[in-house]
Design a protein around this ligand. Structure first.
Ligand SMILES: [Fe+2]
Ligand SMILES: [Fe+2]
Length: 187
């Protein structure tokens, strides 16, 4: 159903070898989590593969996709520098591969999250952070990811918030909203 060979070749061309490797690691990790939580493993694998498809686009490519799909011009502002590839990636994979909306959503939400995230969205968000070399944050988040994906999300969001605060930056509003929403669920 999905042309994995084509997607794989496109990614190899679009991404540096380091980022391509990261994408495959996230895909494998997402597949494992999907199996653990009994959801479609292939969808999770594909979403993991393509989540950073737009990460190495240049300014002109970003502008082209933003115009074509009427996305917010705000995404070109420096504060959205690390976020814009999620919004663009979601429309790119729709146009190039006609991927299912749930896969597109997982790509859209993988950087800052959203309170309406599905289990697949959360799996991609978490896999992106834990499919990395071991360190204390990765190890704790991995353990939590298999116990309760929401607890892994809370841990990762809090860790990110602390890191940003240390650098005098604020977390994206969507992430703050999501963190508060998830914390309330456990009160
Ligand atoms: Fe990303
Ligand atoms: Fe990533």
């Amino acid at each position: 159903m999905y042309d994995i060979t084509k997607i794989n070749n496109d990614l190899k061309n679009a991404l540096s070898s380091r980022r391509y490797e990261h994408s495959i690691n996230v895909a494998n990790c997402a597949k494992k989590l999907a199996k653990h939580y009994n959801i479609d493993e292939e969808k999770a694998y594909i979403a993991g593969m393509v989540h950073d498809i737009a990460k190495e686009f240049n300014i002109d490519e970003n502008k082209k996709w933003i115009e074509k799909y009427n996305l917010s011009n705000e995404l070109l502002e420096p504060e959205f520098e690390k976020i814009v590839h999620a919004n663009i990636g979601a429309v790119v994979i729709k146009e190039l591969y006609n991927l299912d909306d749930d896969i597109c959503n997982a790509v859209l939400y993988h950087t800052v999250g959203n309170i309406s995230m599905s289990l697949l969205d959360k799996i991609i968000y978490v896999a992106d952070k834990i499919a990395r070399d071991p360190n204390p944050t990765v190890d704790t988040a991995t353990k939590l990811a298999y116990e309760d994906i929401d607890k892994a999300m809370i841990f990762l969001l809090k860790t990110q918030q602390e890191k940003l605060l240390k650098n005098g930056k604020n977390m994206d509003n969507n992430s703050i909203e999501l963190l508060n929403y998830l914390k309330n669920k456990y009160n």
